[in-house]
Design a binder for this molecule. Sequence first.
Ligand SMILES: C[S@@+](CC[C@H](N)C(=O)[O-])C[C@H]1O[C@@H](n2cnc3c(N)ncnc32)[C@H](O)[C@@H]1O
Length: 268
Amino acid sequence: MYRQSFAQLCAGTVETVLADLGSPGSGPFLDAGCGTGNVSRRAAEAGWSVTAVDAAEQMLAEAQTSCAGLPVRWVRGALPRLGFASGVFEAVVANFVINCVSDPRAAVRELARVVRPGGVVALTVWVSGRTAQSALMMEALQAAKVVPERGGGLPAGRDFERTVPGLIGLTRQAGLEPVRSRELAWDWVVSWEDWWTGIAGGVGSTGQAYLAQDPPTRERVYRHLRSRVEESEADGMLRLPSVAAYVLARSSPLRQSGRRHRGHRVDR
Ligand SMILES: C[S@@+](CC[C@H](N)C(=O)[O-])C[C@H]1O[C@@H](n2cnc3c(N)ncnc32)[C@H](O)[C@@H]1O
């Protein structure tokens, strides 16, 4: 259900990020938090020598299916300790991953450690409160007389501002120098069936907010969303405006590298 819903949303930034890295690609490339393989597939097709890492076994299995036939190295591992030697990757991408981890600063430091001196790290995160699907869910919960909880945030001091300046701050704290930064905006075009499958399956914060309700409230939320969506549907497809913060940052060419790192890593 993740593959047919949220994974399609995450794919919206991939072409921009890979174009900024240069195509055809060359050299070792890390897809950190590969999910179902959106980035790995396109990077391998573009010529990069891809290593894909994810904390979730099931995601790796899905990514292997979607990248079948492409020469991708699959590794189970979790930020902030990936277990690779320092400075081994030419390019590192974490597409909608830093917004999922429990210690974003430590995670970006780890990505900065494994990129080679002079290499690049590309990061995207959701901009707080700016995706149409979260706005629709808020509206539906309010219509169902639910006061949405603001749970799920990180403790103060661990969290960061989910904006372009917030992401720039994270990269600078990790010793990287931002070279490109902006919001990326696109319409997520998805069928009602695929969208609803993800929400009813508890995918993402929108799905979690739905599943947190009791059955009568879920029914009211469903009805509200269905009727709202019918108003805007064209050809059975929804268009959900989506916004991400994006930063491409470079590691200093003068950085010391070569230190080995002790961590946990399982090649699959
Ligand atoms: C929103 S998905 C994005 C997937 C993919 N990057 C894409 O663009 O489609 C986030 C992914 O990060 C993975 N993830 C979450 N926490 C992680 C961690 N600490 N280390 C590595 N991967 C993690 C999840 O398992 C999930 O596959």
